[in-house]
Design a protein around this ligand. Structure first.
Ligand code: 13P
Length: 257
């Protein structure tokens, strides 16, 4: 099955209005014919989403979409500080990240709320980039499969019926926690094996519909290793942190498919 490659830029809590407008403009300018083969997703800090939306409306790049880094597990209401999926949708966010390890670990997000977020995203027809991945100590104890199996089951079980109707709305991002921001990406062998395992679990949950679900890799992806990673079996894209804050590097990653 031909799945469209996704190259996503997770800008995390970085930048200013000025710097991110400049970054997005340079990325859009750098995109060329080769990058048309993929879906490029920009995920600014929430407070700047509207500005990047306006920029995309002006520049109208062919294949660049907007996403949000996190959503509330609740619909609109008395939830101080939160941003609902309908608010993100109103600002043309076509993608949202759910369960990034920084949210799981630093902000103590639990599986119940992540599962709720996933349901809300799919109900609202926003594509969910659901992150899974093991910590360094779990990796060392050979627990990767067990951890990923639990994260997938606990995150997706609640939305199975919905997802069966919209499998293409789900993207799984394999992000080993120890590879994030460390400059040490997972080995080719580990990426291939883990993606293969994720695909096996997805098949057990969705049967042949699982073929429509993309599995992307994140963790120290840069302009030097992107081509190798993107050519690995069962890798349908990359989720990029640090290197996506540099327009030249990010465009090179997008051009490396
Ligand atoms: P780095 O690319 O900086 O390792 O971050 C990866 C990540 O967390 C993307 O969501």
């Amino acid at each position: 099955m031909n799945r469209k490659i996704i190259i996503a830029a997770n800008w995390k809590q970085n930048g200013t209005s000025k710097s991110l407008n400049k970054l997005a403009s340079s990325i859009i300018k750098g995109i060329n014919k080769t990058t048309r083969k993929c879906e490029i997703v920009l995920l600014p800090p929430s407070i700047y989403v509207n500005e990047i939306k306006k920029l995309l409306e002006t520049k109208k790049p062919y294949n660049v979409f907007l996403g949000i880094q996190n959503i509330s597990p609740y619909n609109n209401g008395a939830y101080t500080g939160e941003i609902s999926i309908s608010m993100a949708k109103e600002l043309q966010c076509k993608f949202c990240i759910i369960g990034h390890s920084e949210r799981r670990i630093i902000f103590n997000e639990d599986q119940i709320s992540l599962a709720k977020k996933l349901t809300l995203a799919i109900e609202n027809q926003v594509k969910a980039i659901y992150c899974v991945g093991e910590t360094l100590s779990e990796f060392r104890k050979n627990m990767t499969k067990k951890i990923i199996n639990n994260q997938l089951k606990q995150g997706l079980d609640r939305s199975l019926k919905l997802l069966r109707k919209n499998p293409e709305k789900l993207i799984i991002a394999y992000e080993p926690v120890w590879a994030i921001g460390t400059g040490k990406n997972a080995s080719e062998k580990d990426i291939v094996n883990t993606h293969k395992y994720i695909r096996k679990i997805l098949f057990s949950m969705f049967g042949t519909l699982s073929e429509k679900i993309r599995i992307i890799y994140g963790g120290s992806v840069n302009n030097k290793n992107a081509n190798t990673i993107l050519n690995l079996n069962d890798v349908d894209g990359v989720l990029v942190g640090g290197a996506s804050l540099n327009a030249k590097k990010f465009v090179e990653i997008c051009s490396s498919i």
